[in-house]
Design a protein around this ligand. Structure first.
Ligand code: NAD
Length: 315
């Protein structure tokens, strides 16, 4: 614990789409001094005063250990990963970063007894899941990224049951946010479209208009993360990845909703290789267990999410 009695936090992969929002939520909750951001990249010059930073490649277990030991870390939010589209370009590197990185955190948690948040993804599902993904739907992913997320969930359950590691995870849907551009996932079109709409440019969407995927506004994802980490351990029946309730809309429905608010906006649909990954995922997720066990509910629907995205990007 920090001097204030607050938990001491390390975030890996903190400069990414989720990290740059989670960091500030954690700072608000636990205090600036108790939250350390880390990433394989250096932060931009302007961000350097906004958070404590340590450069860390999650494949470097020694460096990870010294940061955790020297700062008496109580909790690691392990966000460093390669996502679906980037991972498919280099599947071996995807396996290495996603699995060896997680293994390094798990082994250190066994030794130093800190808690872990390690996100999973809707990419754990495959074509046999059907349109609605339930908590216990089959997990037969078609991408290397999805395979690493299934293996990560199994590792979480294993380290929890065998070594008592307090690890928790969520199957995030596609996350829509405005602060940082997403890092190479299949659902990135749902963020890119807003940037083009607000810049009065035409957007060429890389999936078909009828493509429907589970999505969520970033604030709901951050809320879910904090709520899950605050939940009493005995309430949790899942360690690998809770399904979350999600928004569900086609790419064309998203375009239509934005066009209601920005009437001149034009979008074409020209699918590329990412269509195949999108086709292998469900349309929506059912998240009853996250509500029953730790009280999670969505705050944003499609309309309010579009309003806040457009307003924020305009500012
Ligand atoms: N964003 C989404 O829509 C989404 C959906 C489902 C799950 N997730 C999961 O959430 C987590 C965070 O995702 P994100 O969207 O912020 O990803 P991102 O790509 O935006 O950020 C990942 C960060 O990890 C860093 N990184 C890569 N290799 C590293 C290494 N070897 N050591 C340290 N850092 C390294 C990158 O520099 C980057 O800043 C990932 O586990 C991802 O699978 C994200």
């Amino acid at each position: 614990m920090g001097e204030s009695g607050n938990r001491r936090i390390l975030v890996t992969g903190a400069l990414g789409q989720i990290g740059m929002e989670l960091l500030f939520a954690l700072q608000n909750k636990f205090g600036y001094e108790n939250v350390i951001a880390s990433d394989i990249r250096e932060p931009e010059e302007l961000s350097k005063l906004e958070f404590r930073y340590e450069k860390l490649d999650v494949l470097d277990a020694k460096q990870m250990e010294s940061i955790i030991r020297d700062n008496k870390i109580d909790e690691v939010y392990h966000l460093a990963a390669l996502l679906s589209a980037t991972g498919e370009k280099n599947p071996q590197l995807c396996w290495k970063i996603n699995m060896d990185g997680l293994m390094n955190v798990l082994e250190l948690a066994k030794k130093y007894k800190f808690r872990i948040f390690a996100p999973s993804s809707i990419a754990v599902f495959g074509a046999d899941t059907g349109k609605i993904a339930r908590q216990d739907s089959p997990l037969n992913p078609a991408t290397m990224y999805g395979i690493t997320k299934v293996a990560g969930e199994l590792m979480a359950e294993y380290y929890h049951s065998t070594h008592g590691v307090d690890i928790r995870g969520l199957r995030y849907p596609g996350l829509i946010s405005w602060k940082v551009m997403p890092g190479g996932g299949t659902t990135d079109y749902a963020v890119e479209i807003f940037h083009k709409a607000v810049a009065s440019e035409v957007y060429t969407c890389f999936v078909r208009g009828d493509t429907k995927l589970p999505m969520m506004y970033m604030d709901d994802a951050i809320k879910a993360t904090i709520q899950l980490m605050d939940a009493p351990s005995e309430n949790l029946s899942i360690r690998g990845g809770y399904n979350l309730p999600s928004l569900t809309f086609t790419a064309k429905e998203l375009y239509d909703k934005i066009k209601e608010k920005i009437p001149d906006f034009e979008c074409n649909f020209v699918p590329d290789h990412r269509q195949e990954y999108a086709d292998s995922w469900p349309d929506e997720t059912e998240g009853n267990l996250s509500k029953a066990e730790w009280g999670f509910e969505l705050d944003f629907d499609l309309d309010s999410m579009c309003d806040v995205m457009i307003q924020s990007l305009r500012q």
